[in-house]
Design a protein around this ligand. Sequence first.
Ligand SMILES: C[S@@+](CC[C@H](N)C(=O)[O-])C[C@H]1O[C@@H](n2cnc3c(N)ncnc32)[C@H](O)[C@@H]1O
Length: 394
Amino acid sequence: MGRPLVLEPREKITSLRLTSCERNEMDARAEALGFKSLSDYLRHLHKAAVATEKNKETNIELEKYGTLIESHSTALGKIYQGNSLAYMHSHAGQNSVDLILTSPPFGLVRKKSYGNEDADAYCDWFRPFAEGFKRVLKDDGSLVIDVGGAWKSGTPTRSLYHFKLLIMLCEEYGFHLAQEHYWWNPSKLPSPAEWVNVRRVRVKDAINCVWWLSKTPFPRANNKRILSPYSDSMRTLLKNGYKAKMRPSGHDISSNFSVDNGGSVPPNLLAIANTESNGAYQDYCRENNIEIHPARFPALLPEYFIRFLTNPGDMVLDPFGGSCITGMVAEALARKWACVELSSEYIRGGIGRFQGNVEEAVRGRQAVYSINTPCSLPVNEEVVPLVADGGAAR
Ligand SMILES: C[S@@+](CC[C@H](N)C(=O)[O-])C[C@H]1O[C@@H](n2cnc3c(N)ncnc32)[C@H](O)[C@@H]1O
């Protein structure tokens, strides 16, 4: 992968006199921290020094939602500690953000479990954020929300909170559902074990909903930015050509079908294993005795939407910043960014993401996961009766 994109060409050359010992030490340190060159390392040291100076000056006082503290800054982005309502309602300009990409907390859903009370409470809590999103998002921008579903405690039934949230955002705040995506985590363990493994009345819950919303029906996008490699059969077809004919389904497959467009348009099912238990972020947290964020999403999730929906230089906001993976990916892709996070502990870990080479976050990688069609094992129904009480008793 090449040098990070910079908005201005680097034309100035400076020579620096060092002893060979100094030079060796600096090279060794740069390499240990993952910098590709001494120049990258020196630029990083400079930015870190400037950011520390600025942090002393920048404490933004906001009456209503508390204080925002600029905890870290890079060439392209900033991490703020505080309530993102302060950022969206006061700090940021109106129509200043091209993409809001986030995963809000959903812990409070589990606390209440009667009727739709949990979902209604969640929507009430979310309303000021929805107002903030409307305020800061540009008309041709996108709002992408990753929400995991939740089980109602004590029953094998699901909360409706994420569907109610979607309907509220569209019906009350005028967002458009550009397209729902589903993030399939192939490495997700069966849960809750009681319903899936013990009583055997539910199946493994392995997807998160990802609502892609927009202020107008026509947010900027280009699916050619996120193509997948062609399958073997498609490659054979492209090589041997395709005879235009009508399919049994009635679809008229024209000869355009055999044009090589560089890859296939992916489905709205994003197969991304969330397996990262070891890596630079975790190492940094362990070395510095920092709590590892328990609910991180993998770098590929923000990478997909940032590439799909923004250009270099555009502004990306994560108002529930967590470990600041969105900021790191945005930085690696040369987008401007801001992450706002309440917890100073999670921010300490998030800052660690910027100590090494951020480009690591978007190093090309390909994995292929397979999934069986349903009912692919024979079963004798006589010996496998239904659980007659639906799992009410153990
Ligand atoms: C699901 S986590 C986000 C994790 C993040 N996507 C990652 O991969 O690291 C949600 C985060 O939102 C933070 N949070 C909750 N309310 C907030 C608020 N009002 N302003 C800023 N952050 C908030 C929580 O502390 C939590 O870290």
